[in-house]
Design a protein around this ligand. Structure first.
Ligand SMILES: Nc1nc2c(ncn2[C@@H]2O[C@H](COP(=O)(O)OP(=O)(O)OP(=O)(O)O)[C@@H](O)[C@H]2O)c(=O)[nH]1
Length: 435
């Protein structure tokens, strides 16, 4: 059964990984182990599409006016320093942890105040970190492959295997599967057979495999630091701007903490912060019931407004996670028991109680099995009661709402009502092309 997607946070020591992880998670009920936590991905909820926002009650996470926070697992992959592939730092442990991740967030200290080892300095060029992190992963995978290339090639010829079969046998240890390898090769469109590949071709295969298996978002952290701006401009020009997000984990952590303690109103992912003073000035004599801030915290909020919120539009942390979900191509699927009312079992008034995040290119049948485990899947239908093939692929707005089979399904498969789930297409007008 496909497991839940996992996003790995990587970066040198002191880049801000733990702060990012803490700012994305709700410390009260999140710790799986010290390195793993549940963060919340913000998505457009299906309730908005069907105008039932007022009845939306998620079993996990929350939904406010159609913006839903869906739990997603995060992993802090600590211990990366240059030379990790040779066992430096926490080298082997780092690489071992890395293989579980489906996408990476590279947390970069954009302030230039820490060197490659994470030690204090000034004026360090953080674009170097992006280059060496990639190079560590490349050397790790290429090293393992090239070391045995002679025998891999001989076996490939002797067994008349396909290139996908031969490479998958080598890449399975990185959490790969045959479709990842097939997409890697498609990306390159190589003409020569595997036995004729040069070292240069193997390098290109490794590079394309890393792009496919570990799509990476670059989180340029510490933008509250005045030195960060120049680095930010430089890196945004060098990298695919679609993969870079400017952020401040420290600011996000602070704002969430202050909001939780009742000092401010803060809408995560936005520039909107209200203090008691602001609300009184806006005409609410009670100041929204917020507590009075002390001078120090008031100044910090002012500083964050100037340096981050008004300049960048948000702390960027919510966007880091959304971007990671985007590069991974995650599709939120909404299991419901009834495809007309969108309710789930016992509580017939609440809608869209569940939401699971699945990877793009998953079929309706695979999603059904993920949600239902081994229970037999009689048939699949969705909004409007339209039947859908198990082989259809899910995408946002397409085959992403599912409900229970009831009587007709029971006839179809002779299993109990509880055993059936149905997946179905959303309204034709919201169908989107499969990415
Ligand atoms: N100015 C500023 N400092 C930050 C920010 N995020 C983290 N820091 C600081 O950077 C230091 C290192 O942060 P951590 O989150 O512990 O870094 P890490 O990457 O987990 O470090 P290791 O545990 O050593 O791998 C701490 O002093 C943080 O307060 C930020 O957005 N702005």
């Amino acid at each position: 059964m496909p497991r839940d997607p996992l996003i790995g946070l990587v970066g040198k020591p002191s880049a801000g990984k733990s702060t990012t992880l803490n700012s994305l998670t709700d410390a009260t009920f999140t710790t799986i182990d010290p390195q793993r936590a549940i963060g919340y991905l913000q998505i457009e909820c299906a309730c908005a599409r069907f105008h039932v926002e007022d009845k939306c009650k998620p079993n996990y996470g929350a939904c406010a006016g159609g913006r839903r926070s869906v739990p997603i697992e995060l992993l802090d992959v600590a211990g990366l320093v240059p030379g990790a592939h040779e066992g430096k730092g926490l080298g082997n442990k780092f690489l071992d942890d890395l293989r579980h991740a489906d996408a990476l967030v590279h947390v970069v200290d954009a302030s230039g105040r820490t060197n490659a080892e994470g030690e204090n300095t000034r004026g360090y060029d953080p674009s170097q970190d992006i280059a060496w992190l990639r190079s560590e992963i490349v050397q790790w995978i290429k090293g393992n492959l090239w070391e045995r290339w002679g025998s891999i090639r001989r076996r490939h010829v002797a067994t008349k295997a396909t290139a996908v079969e031969t490479l998958q046998a080598q890449f399975s240890g990185y959490g790969s599967n045959a479709s990842v390898v097939a997409r890697t090769l498609d990306r390159l469109g190589l003409k020569e057979p595997l036995e004729a590949w040069s070292e240069d071709t193997v390098d290109r295969v490794v590079g394309a495999f890393i792009d496919e298996k570990f799509p990476t978002v670059i989180a340029l952290n510490k933008i509250d630091d005045p030195d960060a701006y120049t680095n930010l401009m430089k890196i945004t020009k060098q990298q695919d701007p679609g993969l870079v997000v400017a952020c401040s984990a420290k600011a996000e952590l602070f704002l969430r903490k202050m909001a939780k303690q009742g000092y401010i109103r803060y809408t995560e992912g936005t520039e909107f912060v209200d203090t008691r003073e602001d609300l009184i000035a806006d005409g609410d004599p009670d100041g929204g019931g917020l507590k009075e801030l002390d001078e120090k915290n008031k100044n910090t909020i002012e500083e964050y407004r100037d340096m981050i919120l008004f300049r960048y539009g948000s702390t960027g942390i919510v966007q880091v996670l959304s971007k990671a979900a985007e590069v991974l191509g995650l599709v939120p699927v909404f299991p419901v028991r009834n495809v007309s009312t969108f309710s789930s079992g016992s509580d017939s008034k609440a809608v869209f109680r569940d939401c699971v995040l699945v990877k793009k290119n998953m079929t309706v049948g695979e999603v059904g099995r993920k949600v239902m485990g081994d229970a037999p899947l009689a048939y699949v239908e969705g909004v409007g009661g339209v039947r859908v093939s198990e082989d259809a692929v899910v995408a946002v707005g397409k085959n992403d709402v599912k409900g229970s089979g009831m009587r007709s399904a029971r006839r179809a498969a002779e299993v109990s009502e509880e055993d059936i789930e149905i997946l179905g297409p959303a309204n034709a007008d919201v169908l989107q092309d499969v990415a």
